[in-house]
Design a protein around this ligand. Sequence first.
Ligand code: ADP
Ligand code: ZN
Length: 749
Amino acid sequence: MFCEVYLLDTPYHIDRPFDYSCAPGLIPGSIVRVPFGRSGRTRLGVVTKVKESCEIPEGVTVKGVAGTVSPVFTLTEEMLGLCFFLKEFTLCTFGEAVRTILPPGAFSDILNVRYRRTARLILSKEAVATLLSATGRSGIKSEGQRQVLRFLMDIGSSDFEVLKQLPTVTTAHINALRDKGVIAIDEDEEIRNPYSEYAKARDTSEIILSTAQMKAYDTIESLYSEDKPRAALLYGITGSGKTKVIMKAIDRTIADGKSVIMLVPEIALTPQTVSIFCSRYGERVAVIHSSLSQGERLDAWRRIRRGDVDLVIGTRSAIFAPLNNIGMIVIDEEHEHTYKSESDPKYHARDVASYRCGKHNALMLLASATPAVESFYKARTGVYTLVPLRERYGGASLPKAVIVDMREELRLGNPSPISQRLYNMLLDVKENENQAILFLNRRGYSSHISCKECGEVLECPRCSVSLTYHSVGGQSSLHCHMCGYRSPSPRACPSCSAEALSFLGFGTQKLESEMSKYLPEMTLMRMDADTTTGKLAYDRMLDDFRQGRADILLGTQMVAKGHDFPRVTLVGVALADTSLHVSDFRAAERTFSLLTQVIGRAGRATEDGVAVIQTFQPTNETIRLACRQDYDSFYEGEIALRRELSYPPFCDMVQLTLTADDEGELTRAADELSSIVKAKLEGEYSRLPFVVYGPFEAQIYKLNEKYRMRMMVKCKLNSISRRMFSEILCEFAKNRQVTLAVDLNPLTV
Ligand code: ADP
Ligand code: ZN
């Protein structure tokens, strides 16, 4: 027999199957060790095909498979298909796809398995009782053995370790009983489920939906029942209760004997969310996210593979959960950029979901209050079924949002980052014993330090970005938010030595210190990447705030998403302009979505909520529409612009990035890339419509000591254009000083 094997670690340009001879019985999907190259060193690979014969060129001997790796991780037919899908649609290697689909650690030889041993009686209780009372040779005289038997008579079976805790019992006693054929010791893989505590508080209550929610649910239910690949967009305003509708749909799917994957953005995976789902679906839930240990991930994967799980909740990579019989895949907050992977394979979870729903005849359910423009376009054009939910649950009204013109504040002589209006409203919150959220999308103290004498801007020595000044508890330092570089804060300008450094652009730390100056009577909690470094810090802070341990929660987008704080009646956006001026065509979309989510945090319970939006551009259309929570109008404007300027969804975008240590090599490579692309477009691919931009310097030209240049191609992605980019990658592989990365439809450009 012969088989075709893809190696796990191989560069893109030689990523193809190699023939090996093998013993009968090997199946596609097996992970094997094969000799490769002149040295014959063995390497890991995946069998993609088994065949009777293979064409062998004269004088060549086909090598044999050296061995197979644990069958636990053998890829199913669906998973193999998924690897080919990822390879074709993201231009990664087959091995990169395999490594993404299997849990990390799947290839290590020490498989991190712990065995649990259970002892149980084999003889009937009567027979054991006879043994215990018998005297002479047939009786059991050892006190240790007798204790074990008495214990097992009571409970039937017991953990090996528990038996060993009995007063006079040793391992030898237990083994002796096994050798006599009285008890058996079973070994079982011990599989850890760090969330099993949550499963204990069972919630079996029926979900009672409002009329509007019921209508949305009915649409989803009927799509589900078609038992065909279907996709729906649950477009519900903030506070409309999308979660309950989703839960009802999950109930329905599981009751039908099928399984569900529910993706959430990293930030939404708080103990609150997890406990709600675990208490509802018990031990048959697996939770997958990036801060699980390797062992925990492996265990979750095994539980799913064994069929012990109906519901997988997790972040992006959970989309590969090895479930059989998927009935529905939910992507909550589907507009979030964390669903797109930035390393190979550069896949979008939505595309993988759509592929898997196709294979399983399942429903893909996207949910958001501010869907990605691409998704809403698909809903409008009938590719997805649009399921709107236009009112807040329980009659709560949308927060009233007021815009404050910060230019006017300056004119009136208020230099602080808090306007008079916001200040007064914060005092009201305190008086009424409510809570407020204050949002600023910039961490650190000052984001920009420059010298008033010579104009020097303090930049990171490793990146072409300005350093951020951090000041916490009297300790000050400069940080690079791109590469993590840190240095002490200088007194004088490093260029001209003048003591004339000025600190511009305020971040969360400065806002915190200003607040304690102006509103000392209010307690404040700051939540950003700098205060939530511990594993549980983030969860603890959210919990403390919910318990009322602070009046104000101040922070970056971490405070904006998905949380439900019933006592929050005021939301302040310190500066709405921060994300507007990024030169990305999605800047408006991102700003709109972020502002809508933050504003939506206010007044979710009975109290009416108010949001105050501070800005230097009070007439900006995106800000105005976000204040009105008017996604429909925002979408209309945005889609018209995208159509006019040819941006997605009206075309696809492909980003080619060159990275090098040396600027000279980089420039030469950029010229070379440019001529390769040109030759293709004027030659073999001249029939394809393309617009090519660049090469140009990446927005952050130098990143962690490496220089980057880009080209951008607008085109229509299909098998032909993908083949062209694949060829470009292969041709470029010859260049060893410069690496080329291709990103099909990147989320940030
Ligand atoms: P969304 O995610 O759409 O912004 P949530 O799911 O957070 O909204 O719902 C807002 C609040 O209303 C939550 O506190 C939720 O528990 C409550 N809620 C929504 N629908 C129901 C329902 N059918 N029954 C009970 N409570 C509900
Ligand atoms: Zn840096």
